[in-house]
Design a protein around this ligand. Structure first.
Ligand code: GDP
Ligand code: IMO
Ligand code: MG
Length: 428
């Protein structure tokens, strides 16, 4: 297998960081293709924990090439802070193991300011964004006023584009939101500093990734967020502003679809979501609280409590369809240990009709009543299991039923946060 995608099949935080780290052992190149530092990917190796936001999880190995593709939005301040954080933990980030696309768009201070201002203005209809300026940055990209990494490499081009943007954004910040204007000189100086620090990493990453695949190297594409946060197929407008689905790889890394061999959908054994929006299987009772506590369901990027609910196979089936998922990695089955009766949603009842897809209209989704199947639980011996055979009988029944109902095999099972708490069931 030469190139494969690891992506979230739910609303993010499925354990992509851990699975990327696990699967990256056999990869030469790890590529982020969308999103920005709104992502929060946790990797545990031995007794060390790493929290990554923008830099691909392959960085922890030292010998992999880590790529920020053109589809990513790069906040240089956040990027250098993350590099510093990693170096503080003994992880080296050099031009040999880390490159950034010259086509990637830059997150600017006015994007962060607009993100906060828009959220505040939405009042009770806020999206619950991470506040990292992601939406406003992708807005500028689509509107064709964005500033790209290659622009930052040319002082005069950058200056002109920044001037245009700061003038315009200040009008919006002051006149619409009643905020203070941002200072052009301060931003210009700050970003010129980043330009020099960034120069060594900047290149045409599409060429590097293409050449790597052609040379027979193994390339892993690391998704951020998840299927239901996709701008087209997610629960719009409660989504992020990029294409998180497999199609996003071609656009955000600059390679053709025929270069991708497999797609691993990461799915938690239950469902979580941060931020606002409908969530059919949400548990607003003690069970939800129990899962949140045992699963440590608190956001890596914002620290917010994650909303928790039963596993929803309508969501997984939809993810498998739109991303062509070839197998699932089922994570955190250890979190469900000790629960007597576990439920799986196998379909929605929408006005008396059973459906097995996620409706586009949020009003319809809000009316969807989950149809559940109930399972006997298992005990905590699951976290010590290191092979499929060692899993408790009821956990295996749960896994088999998910495979049956989604029509997609489960190739990996996660029984704990550490690299070694991973069971490979079959090839991905
Ligand atoms: P990501 O955004 O998809 O990378 O996921 P996050 O890192 O935001 O959240 C997943 C959390 O679950 C992290 O704290 C991981 O260390 C942890 N995790 C991943 N896989 C497992 C697993 O199989 N069992 C347990 N208990 N924790 C896991
Ligand atoms: P990882 O990669 C979970 C959510 C936010 C909000 C919505 C829009 O760790 O799985 P944004 O700041 O992107 O405009 O926020 O998307 N969100 C995530 N939820 N995991 C993530 O990333 C997320 N990135 C964004 O909470 O609801
Ligand atoms: Mg996360």
């Amino acid at each position: 297998m030469s190139s494969f995608i690891v992506l979230g099949a739910q609303w993010g935080d499925e354990g992509k960081g851990k699975m990327t780290d696990y699967l990256a052992e056999n990869a030469d190149v790890v590529v982020r293709f969308q999103g920005g530092n709104n992502a929060g990917h946790t990797v545990e190796v031995g007794d060390k924990q790493y929290k990554l936001h923008l830099i691909p999880s392959g960085i922890l190995y030292g010998d992999k090439l880590n790529v920020i593709g053109n589809g990513v939005v790069v906040d240089p301040k956040a990027m250098f802070e993350e590099i510093e954080y990693l170096e503080g933990l003994g992880v080296k980030v050099t031009a040999e193991n880390f490159i950034v696309s010259d086509r990637a768009h830059l997150v600017m201070p006015y994007h962060r300011a607009l993100d906060a201002a828009k959220e505040k203005a939405r009042g009770k209809n806020d999206i619950g964004t991470t506040g990292k300026g992601i939406g406003p940055c992708y807005t500028d990209k689509a509107e064709r006023s964005g500033i790209r990494v290659c622009d930052l490499m040319h002082k005069e081009v950058f200056k002109a584009r920044l001037r245009e943007n700061v003038d315009y954004k200040n009008e919006i910040l002051c006149k619409i939101y009643g905020l203070e204007a941002l200072d052009f000189d301060v931003i210009y100086k700050e970003y010129l500093g980043y330009a020099e620090k960034m120069r060594a990493f900047v290149t045409d990453t599409s060429v590097r990734v293409f050449d790597a695949i052609k040379a027979g190297k193994n390339v892993l594409f690391e998704g951020a967020q998840g299927n239901l946060l996709d701008i087209d197929y997610g629960t719009y407008p409660f989504v992020t502003s990029s294409n998180t689905i497999a199609g996003g790889v071609c656009i955000g890394a600059g390679i053709g679809p025929n270069m991708i061999n497999s797609v691993v959908g990461i799915a938690k054994a239950y469902t979580t979501r941060v931020g606002k929006g409908p969530f059919p299987t949400e548990l607003l009772d003690e069970m939800g609280e129990h899962i949140r506590t045992v699963g440590h369901e608190f956001g890596v990027t914002t620290g917010r409590a994650r909303r928790c609910g039963w596993l929803d196979l309508v969501i997984l089936k939809s993810a498998a369809r739109v991303s062509g998922i070839t197998s699932f990695a089922l994570t955190k089955i250890d979190t469900l240990a000790g629960i007597n009766k576990i439920k799986i949603c196998i379909g929605y009842d929408l006005n008396g009709k059973t459906i097995d897809y996620v409706p586009a209209s949020l009003e319809d989704l809000a009316l969807c009543k989950p149809i559940y199947e109930e399972f006997q639980g298992w005990d905590d011996s699951v976290e010590k299991a290191r092979s499929y055979d060692e899993l408790p009988k009821n956990a295996k029944i749960y896994i088999k039923r998910i495979e049956e109902l989604t029509g997609t095999k489960i190739s990996i099972v996660g029984v704990g946060p550490r690299r070694d708490q991973t069971i490979v069931v079959s090839e991905i």
